[in-house]
Design a protein around this ligand. Structure first.
Ligand code: ZN
Length: 240
């Protein structure tokens, strides 16, 4: 099975469209690792676009925030403001869709979790130490996570290897255990403003990180029109 793995779309429709177009013909189904809403101006449209395709999706902290399942006091003020705007704008079908999402999933022998397998909604896996502790919390060889908006590969072992993915380079999985982050579609934070995603062939056990440029101006123009926080608009130019 050929999988398109996306995470942290964050209601950025132009970025999601660019990813789907770029990967067209190269996947059979989509796995979404959470935070389809929050920050961006098109929550309902992004949910609708994903819903039209065969896919498996899990919940992220912004999705939970919109549903009122977690307190927004842990969000910074820009994130909180965007989350409250999303809450008001969300249609009933979109809300039902978000409510239907599980916290984690195991599909085709891969574990999906938004933050980490230990604390799926909130924990950020940025460093080797926290990643190493996470390996005890899932039963498959590979866990796919999002949340940090930074593409990365953690390999289990005493060396606690942290690998920076090279976009476009296909990597063959061995029998080791890995935690892999595809990066963010809608709000990259690794200094590269292009949308990040992952292609995964579960049969051949090969994955490829990918990047694709999208119409940043179109997303920013709508955010400006809606009065979103300037910092949220500016960061899309730089990928931070
Ligand atoms: Zn996110």
């Amino acid at each position: 099975m050929r999988i398109l793995v996306v995470s942290d779309v964050h209601a950025n429709l132009a970025a999601l469209k660019a990813v789907l177009a770029d990967a067209q013909g190269e996947y059979d189904t989509i796995w979404s690792l959470g935070d389809i809403v929050g920050y961006g101006p098109y929550p309902n449209e992004c949910i609708a676009m994903l819903s039209r395709q065969p896919h498996v999706a899990i919940c992220g902290n912004h999705d939970y925030g919109v549903l009122g399942r977690i307190s927004l006091s842990d969000f910074n003020s820009d994130a909180r403001q965007a989350n409250l705007w999303t809450r008001e704008r969300l249609t009933d079908p979109s809300r039902e869709y978000l409510e239907s999402l599980p916290e984690t999933a195991v599909v085709e022998g891969f574990t999906l979790a938004h933050g980490s397998p230990r604390s799926p909604i909130w924990e950020y896996l940025l460093y080797a130490r926290s990643a190493q502790q996470s390996f005890d919390h899932f039963g498959t060889l590979v866990c796919l996570v999002g949340h940090t908006h930074v593409p990365v590969i953690f390999a289990q072992g005493p060396a606690a290897e942290v690998l920076a993915p090279q976009p476009g380079l296909s990597v063959q999985l061995d029998e080791g255990r890995y935690i892999i982050n595809p990066g963010s579609v809608g709000q990259p934070r690794d200094g590269d403003p292009t949308a990040a995603y992952l292609l995964l062939d579960t049969t051949g056990r090969v994955f490829t990180h990918r990047r694709v440029a999208y119409d940043v101006d179109a997303t920013q123009a709508e955010m400006r029109r809606l009065g979103f926080a300037p910092r949220l608009i500016a960061r899309l130019d730089f990928g931070w």
